[in-house]
Design a protein around this ligand. Structure first.
Ligand code: Z5A
Length: 211
């Protein structure tokens, strides 16, 4: 992994778990501490990757699981090359809504491609970049879905998957968190948003202190 001075904090979880809401709160809290924050999301963050975001969300397309994994990895490769890696080298604190763990959970677990093959294509995409801390928002599928339905937006292609798919995604996330306890912190995302933010800041206390 190349030398870098910044920090990479990623937020993971099922759709509707509150990642965007937490990222809003964390961004404000880090700015309050005068940290040079850069907020990004996946898939997306740069023009080419936002185009891929539209492709993977399109209910009119049916990409093969390998194609899907490669599309997410391609979006990530462009984000890393164009913005993420330069920002880390520049000393920024990057707050990233989804990263490689999403591909491991959704394509590796949910689609059944397996974690190893998805990890390998993502080594190429990220040149081995790893988060300093990953906050995993744990919410039941039913709660996450209720929150999204309450927003009244049409479901995209991934959100239309069945409960069995999302239960494989959850299991993969749990296995990843258990396998890397130093990097992962699992947060109970059923709590109210203010409490989730407080818990997240506690979960970042050591790296915030180290600066
Ligand atoms: N995907 C993949 O398969 N592989 C990959 O490598 C990557 C992604 C990177 C797009 O992700 C899809 O791509 C996603 C995984 C797949 N598909 N699925 N299914 P996304 O992150 O862009 O979209 P999303 O996962 O569907 O999340 P979202 O819609 O952005 O939801 P969220 O950010 O987790 O939640 P939110 O917007 O903060 O909150 C949702 C609602 O709940 C909102 O009304 C909030 O006000 C409310 N909320 C938030 N927190 C709370 C709490 N604590 N209590 C009560 N209500 C709350």
């Amino acid at each position: 992994m190349p030398d870098r001075r910044g920090r990479l904090i990623t937020i993971e979880g099922l759709d509707g778990s509150g990642k965007t809401t937490l990222a809003d709160g964390l961004e404000a809290a880090l700015l309050d501490r005068d940290l040079p924050v850069l907020r990004l999301r996946e898939p997306g963050g740069v023009v080419l990757s936002e185009r891929i975001r539209d492709l993977v969300a399109d209910p009119g397309l049916a990409p093969h699981p390998r194609t899907e994994a490669l599309l997410f990895a391609a979006a990530r490769a462009q984000l890393c090359a164009e913005v993420l890696l330069p920002a880390l080298e520049d000393g920024r604190w990057v707050l990233l809504d989804r990263f490689v763990d999403s591909s491991l959970a959704y394509q590796g677990g949910g689609r059944g491609l397996g974690l190893d093959v998805v990890a390998r294509i993502n080594e190429l995409a990220t040149t081995g970049c790893r988060p300093d801390r990953t906050l995993l928002l744990r919410v039941s599928r039913a709660s996450g879905r209720r929150r999204l339905l309450a927003r009244g937006e049409e479901q995209d292609r991934m959100e239309r998957e069945d409960d069995a798919f999302f239960s494989r995604v959850e299991q993969a996330y749990d296995a990843l968190a258990t396998g890397e306890p130093e990097r992962f912190r699992t947060l109970d995302a059923h709590k109210d948003a203010a409490q989730v933010l407080t818990d997240a800041l506690d979960a970042l206390a050591d790296i915030l202190q180290a600066g």
